[in-house]
Ligand binder design. Structure first.
Ligand code: SF4
Length: 375
């Protein structure tokens, strides 16, 4: 099997990535929120300068596909007018910040996210690796603990602000005045202390102790993301995190969008959402339990299409079963094990139980019909 190509960085808007269907331009919404004008503007730009399809990423970003060398410059000009670009590539690359979508007007979450954004944009910000990230998860209870981040702002059971490192059960008590500096200090400690690790959990997992002061027990997340109405608006899902520009434009008419890492967006203030083509509102929809990467032809490394087969297989899943369909052994859409993984190979599809896309298969060289029979 040909080894998949590891590119080692996340694309941005200022640093796009070449893919099988043109350039991927990833927008990192400031504070995890797209105002209606932003979402509408992105939909227009994606239809004019991209291929009309958008993806939500597991970092709560939104990306355009099919951007060409010619369309890139006018696209950047449009994104700049919308105020969606960082000052430079380095600042954009460091600004990996997830924000809880459940903040309320008047709470300090947006202010903390803004302060962290500014701190990471400064010229003397720590030189963190490209995939290193932060979570501003400062609602009453954490909701982002299963999402990718390395340094987390959370609250303890008594409501106090704490600073946590992914992989550690104890956190440091901080205040809203000290937390940003403390977060940067922890990032600098990581940069100084690491060998070749790029993530906090890997560094702590090899037995490295955190600096002093991490003494407060963290809360454990109980929240399970699901479509439905919340006091803040409507949470809706997107199959495979993919949405055509028309869907984004329709959602933008309903309210500003809070981005999540769950292939869902929260439509602010929506109490009675009309039918919007392409969105999942039923929390029992099996497509919510299916992860599939871009696949062929959009990804040059893909050995087959992924999403058509994923849609077929979704109907045959057992309750609670998670399915991952991967266009190659790299498994970028779901690096963790899944109950069922289907990996495209040059010979057909591998079927893997309780493993990753690159793990040893239970069966190989299967057709889609073979897989359905085997489920
Ligand atoms: S896992 Fe999918 S998206 Fe990632 S490189 Fe392979 S085919 Fe491409």
């Amino acid at each position: 099997m040909t080894a998949p190509l590891i590119k080692g960085y996340c694309p941005g808007a200022l640093r796009p990535m070449q893919s099988g269907d043109g350039m991927v331009v990833r927008i990192r919404p400031f504070n995890g929120r797209l105002r209606r004008a932003h979402a509408d503007g992105i939909a227009t730009l994606a239809s004019v300068h991209g291929n009309g399809m958008l993806d939500l990423s597991s970092r709560a970003n939104i990306q355009l596909r099919g951007v060409t060398q010619d369309s890139y410059a006018p696209l950047m000009e449009g994104l700049g007018h919308l105020g969606l670009l960082d000052e430079n590539e380095a600042a954009e690359s460091r600004r990996n910040i997830l924000v809880t979508p459940f903040w309320q007007t008047g709470d300090e979450t947006p202010a903390l996210a803004t302060a962290l954004t500014q701190a990471l944009g400064a010229a003397d910000a720590p030189a963190i690796p490209g995939k290193f990230g932060f979570a501003v998860d400062t609602g009453a209870a954490p909701v982002l603990q299963r999402a990718s981040a390395d340094i987390r702002l959370e609250r303890d059971a008594g409501g106090g602000l704490i600073l946590a490192a992914t992989g550690a059960a104890l956190a440091k008590p901080v205040t809203s005045l000290t937390v940003i500096q403390e977060a940067l200090d922890l990032a600098r400690w990581f940069v100084r202390t690491r060998d070749n690790q790029t993530r906090m959990a890997a560094l702590l997992g090899q037995g490295t102790a955190l600096p002093e002061g991490f003494i407060i027990p963290r809360q454990t997340q109980t929240y399970l993301p699901a479509p439905g109405y919340t006091p803040l608006g409507a949470m809706v899902g997107l199959a495979f995190g993919q949405l055509p520009v028309e869907t984004l434009a329709s959602l933008a008419k309903q309210g500003s969008l809070r981005m999540t890492p769950w292939r869902m967006v929260l439509v602010e203030g929506a109490r009675d959402l009309p039918d919007v083509a392409g969105v999942i509102t039923d929390p029992a929809d099996p497509l919510l339990r299916v992860v599939a990467c871009t696949g062929a032809p959009a990804c040059a490394q893909a050995l087959a299409q992924t999403r058509p087969i994923a849609r077929r297989l979704a109907r045959h899943l057992g309750p609670e079963q998670i399915l991952h369909v991967s266009g190659c052994a790299k498994g970028c859409a779901h690096p963790k094990p899944a109950a069922l993984t289907v990996t495209a190979t040059a010979q057909g599809f591998d079927l893997i139980h309780n493993g990753r896309a690159s793990d040893a298969p239970a069966r190989s060289a299967l057709s889609p019909d073979d897989i359905i029979k085997a489920l």
